[in-house]
Each structure stands twice: as C-alpha cells, then as structure tokens.
Design a protein around this ligand. Structure first.
Ligand code: SF4
Length: 103
C-alpha cells in the first residue's frame, strides 16, 4: 500500500531518528511508521529496492537494516533530509510508492 498522502493528519511524531522526525505509532520490528517530515518514507511500504538512493542527485538517502520487518529487512532513510531539492525523482521512481515529497 502506498504512503498515505494525509498521514500527517492521522499520525504523530513519536521520535527522532538520524535528525528527522518519525511518525507513528510504531512498534518495532514489525511496524515502523514514516521517516521524515519533508522527504517522507513510509517504512511499512518501502520494500528496500533502493532506487531512491540511486536517483537522488544530492544523496539524501542511506539504506538501514530493519531486521524482522515483514516487507523488507532494509529501508531507505532520509538521513540528509535538509539537502532535498524536491526534484521528485525518488517519489516517481519508487516501485511501492512509499515516498511523499512535501512541496
Ligand atoms: S526529491 Fe529529489 S532531491 Fe529530494 S530526496 Fe527525492 S530524489 Fe533526492
């Protein structure tokens, strides 16, 4: 299931990770929420494909290990979220539509 475009009205910031917000509720390792408030990745939708890492021109993402998650055991993490230039390449490339870029 794609990231919910209205997730901010339905979820809350429950923690910080690598300098960005994490929207939950979360219940690791099976429910991981959304990482980022501008460059937003739904970790419960992300399948660890990694194309976002390849297409991003400013190297916003790093893959992190998420052992035990039912969809995939690695996720794309927007560790350099402030560097995002909102080119949309990651959002349009994501095979599971896990990414939402806030304009
Ligand atoms: S919108 Fe562009 S710059 Fe921002 S994270 Fe995605 S690929 Fe990188």
């Amino acid at each position: 299931m794609a990231i919910d475009p209205d997730f901010k009205s339905k979820m809350k910031v429950v923690e910080k990770h690598a300098g960005h917000d994490v929207w939950g509720p979360v219940s690791p390792p099976k429910k991981l929420g959304v990482h980022g408030s501008q460059t937003c990745v739904d970790w419960d939708t992300c399948n660890g494909d990694g194309i976002c890492v390849e297409v991003c021109p400013v190297n916003v993402y790093e893959m992190v290990n998420t052992s035990g998650h039912p969809t995939s055991e690695k996720k794309s993490d927007p560790v350099r979220e402030p560097d995002c230039i909102k080119c949309m390449a990651c959002e349009v490339s994501c095979p599971t539509q896990a990414i939402k870029i806030e304009k």
